[in-house]
Write a protein that binds this ligand. Structure first.
Ligand code: SF4
Length: 111
């Protein structure tokens, strides 16, 4: 079965510097890159689809759907999803709901 990635055609990051979304490291300049990438994601019309895809496929590196690898890992763990990420994230509610739905369907994290 073919995977539908048509949402990528509307991605706000199409013309952005890939280094923003795949920073080298987790401190210093990398943190600024992540925040810059997240700012682009917040304005992206396909943020929910992107995040859902990353969760569904267990994407382990980079900023996808406005989240880092650690944030996606928290989404995939039900207890943390309910108590930390959803409360501290700045993502729109519909993105959180969509991601939570996908994470439940995926099974809650085996990574
Ligand atoms: S949510 Fe972010 S990473 Fe995903 S397509 Fe949109 S801009 Fe790119």
């Amino acid at each position: 079965m073919a995977v539908d990635v048509s949402w990528r055609e509307a991605a706000a990051c199409q013309d952005s510097d890939p280094d923003l979304f795949f920073p080298d490291g987790i401190a210093g300049p990398a943190l600024r890159q992540v925040e810059e990438a997240k700012e682009i994601c917040r304005a992206c019309p396909v943020q929910a689809a992107c995040l859902a895809w990353a969760l569904e496929h267990g994407v382990g590196f980079g900023v996808w759907g406005g989240t880092t690898e650690a944030e996606r890992r928290a989404f995939r763990q039900p207890a943390q999803r309910n108590h930390s990420s959803a409360q501290t994230t700045t993502m729109p509610a519909q993105v959180i709901a969509s991601a939570a739905s996908v994470a439940s369907a995926v099974g809650g994290g085996d990574r």
